[in-house]
Design a protein around this ligand. Sequence first.
Ligand SMILES: Nc1ncnc2c1ncn2[C@@H]1O[C@H](COP(=O)(O)OP(=O)(O)O)[C@@H](O)[C@H]1O
Ligand SMILES: [Mg+2]
Length: 257
Amino acid sequence: MTSNAHLLAIDSISKAFGGVQAIDTVSFALSPESITGLIGPNGAGKTTLFNLVTGIFPPDSGDIRFRGESISGKAVHELVGMGLGRTFQNVELFSSMSVLENVLVGLHTRTSCGIIGSVFRTPRLVKEERRARERALELLDFVGLADLAHQRSSDLPFGWQRLLELARALASKPDLLLLDEPAAGLNMGETDTLGELIESIRKHGITVLLVEHDMALTMKTCDRIVVLDRGKKIAEGPPRTIQSDEAVMAAYLGKPK
Ligand SMILES: Nc1ncnc2c1ncn2[C@@H]1O[C@H](COP(=O)(O)OP(=O)(O)O)[C@@H](O)[C@H]1O
Ligand SMILES: [Mg+2]
């Protein structure tokens, strides 16, 4: 189940906040270049699981391995450097910066010139900056925002800010991308486009873990689905099986939004 053949292996992790057991002995693993959906009612622990995997805080117990290496307790920037990228449920952009600058921030986590290069503006740095701008524009084009490169990011409609965050996450060249409710705030047409983007991201060799409330998108896009309820994994399998799973239906029907 959690061999090195998996890109990410989550092994019996738990996390409590005060008296709330947000994640309770959860295990599952992601095969390389798969798209896995992580679903469950509000408060099930989905965002907490993302925060554990991306190093926002460590698990109370259990282990998380990325390419076979334990990553529990590693810092966020180390994990970005190792190839872990994410977007946030509440969109975290630099609101006073332009659309383009927000993607450049993501790229700078991977450019090589250090402090000396930045102070003296070496030719290498100038060349690197030009390439970074080109790459940022390519990524904006990929998510359909290239025409808005010079707008302030906070002026974009909320749904488009999510797409911008996606472009920024891709800028760090992740091998694993965690998307927290990327379709929230998108209309139906935009959600379809997002589904195609996620497929295309996978075709570029990136493994995807997707938290999403849009069931049509999740069922259509994901190879496998993991279901959480009150911190516990209650089901895992292909979309077909999950759709007709009784425990899953009970979890959703028992806690209407
Ligand atoms: N940083 C935090 N501090 C305290 N409680 C938290 C924190 N993050 C999540 N929780 C609690 O953990 C539970 C799971 O929340 P969350 O992971 O956000 O669920 P989901 O993303 O599935 O809606 C909730 O009861 C929530 O209030
Ligand atoms: Mg959440």
